[in-house]
Design a protein around this ligand. Structure first.
Ligand code: SAH
Ligand code: SF4
Length: 341
């Protein structure tokens, strides 16, 4: 059993099971999640007997840093090795006074979007809650790096296909007293469009931001690019988005990979504006990041800017997201690690 990934309340119960007070469980949560200390021996205010009882029944396991690769643009790709020797990546992206961590939720991904290199890996397994929060602990523990301020679940995998571990991780990350204490508004969960998952996430009422990978404005094109559209088409997806609970001034993010001559026409831009009507939305256009033998191309700059300006003219808040870390294979859609390297 990995102590990392247990909710503060579960750590309290564990302490009781080991014949100690709930208070000892709260101290343990504080050490791991607030102070980032995972070495039981360093938790000096815990009684020795409690620590040795813990050591007998559990471990505290953190992903191991396999490599840290810096990019020209200031971002860093972390390749992390998990207990079963599989590898996942996380990407640190500084921007003004923010430090955003892009987190993985699965080893690989099973949704097979045509433009995504991670999709080529297939899915190996889900990450555990401990492995998800472990990525944050590792990033926060890197020497010389400031603390992570924002998190996006946009690394390897489909977060809503691992909803149990994801929601538990978010509860630990946002617990103000015994968890990491991050504001839910600084956390964004991106999905390929799993309608059932969007509804469940909404019911969990975690308050996190929702990002939808839209990428097309007709079912025909979307189904060709994203097989998931054959299960949940645009109409079903947009209906679920409209039902997602939003706080005042909170918006839904829509990611739209721009692929030359496939989804970047003026008609696409006006269909997109129509699809989003009535939704407090923000569109992030992501110029396609290439990878070997992808078969796709990034549109020329003039077409990217024209697409953006038609959306702006239609009143849709739209930014072009020039991905970080393209030179180190850390950009959107480029994450890919051989399962055992
Ligand atoms: N599986 C989730 C989380 C991954 S987020 C999802 O798909 O939403 C990664 C984002 O990068 C998604 O919006 C994805 O569609 C996008 N992406 C994938 N491949 C890309 C590529 N080659 N270039 C640019 N963006 C890409
Ligand atoms: Fe999976 Fe997202 Fe890549 Fe699609 S875009 S294959 S859902 S990681």
């Amino acid at each position: 059993m990995n102590l990392l990934g247990l909710l503060p309340a579960e750590l309290e119960s564990l302490a009781v099971e080991l014949n100690h007070s709930r208070y000892r469980g709260r101290q343990l949560a504080t050490w791991m999640y607030r102070k980032g200390v995972v070495d039981l021996a360093a938790m000096t205010d815990l009684p020795k007997e409690f620590r040795s009882a813990l050591a007998e029944s559990a471990i505290v396991s953190l992903p191991r840093v396999e490599r840290v690769t810096p990019s020209q643009d200031g971002s860093h790709k972390l390749v992390l090795r998990l207990d079963d020797e599989t590898l996942v990546s996380a990407v640190l992206m500084p921007d003004d006074d923010r430090l955003t961590l892009c987190l993985s939720t699965q080893v690989g991904c099973g949704f097979g979007c045509a433009f995504c290199l991670t999709g080529r890996m297939g899915v190996e397994r889900n990450l555990t809650t401990g492995e998800i929060v472990g990525q944050v602990l590792v990033a926060n523990g890197l020497a010389a790096a400031p603390r992570v301020t924002h998190m996006v679940f946009m690394g390897m995998g489909e977060p809503l296909a691992n909803l149990g571990a994801l929601t538990k991780a978010i509860r630990i990350l946002t617990d103000p007293r015994l968890g990491f204490g991050y504001s839910a508004r600084r956390i964004t969960v991106s999905t390929v469009g799993l309608v059932a998952g969007i509804e469940k996430l909404g019911r969990e009422a975690l308050g996190v931001n929702l990002a939808i990978s839209l990428h097309a404005t007709t079912d025909d094109v979307r189904s060709r690019l994203m097989p998931v559209n054959r299960s949940w088409n645009l109409e079903a997806l947009m209906a679920a988005v409209r039902r997602y609970p939003l706080a005042p001034r909170q918006r839904v993010f829509f990611e739209y990979v721009l692929l030359d001559r496939l989804n970047d026409s003026p008609e696409d831009a006006s269909r997109l504006a129509r699809l989003l009507r009535g939704i407090p939305a923000k569109v992030n256009l992501i110029p396609f990041n290439d990878w070997p033998d992808s078969g796709f191309r990034r549109p020329p700059l003039s077409r990217i800017l024209a697409f953006q300006s038609s959306l702006l003219t239609a009143g849709v808040t739209t930014t072009v997201r020039w991905s970080k870390g393209e030179d180190i294979g850390a950009a959107c859609g480029q994450l890919h690690e051989s399962v055992v390297a």
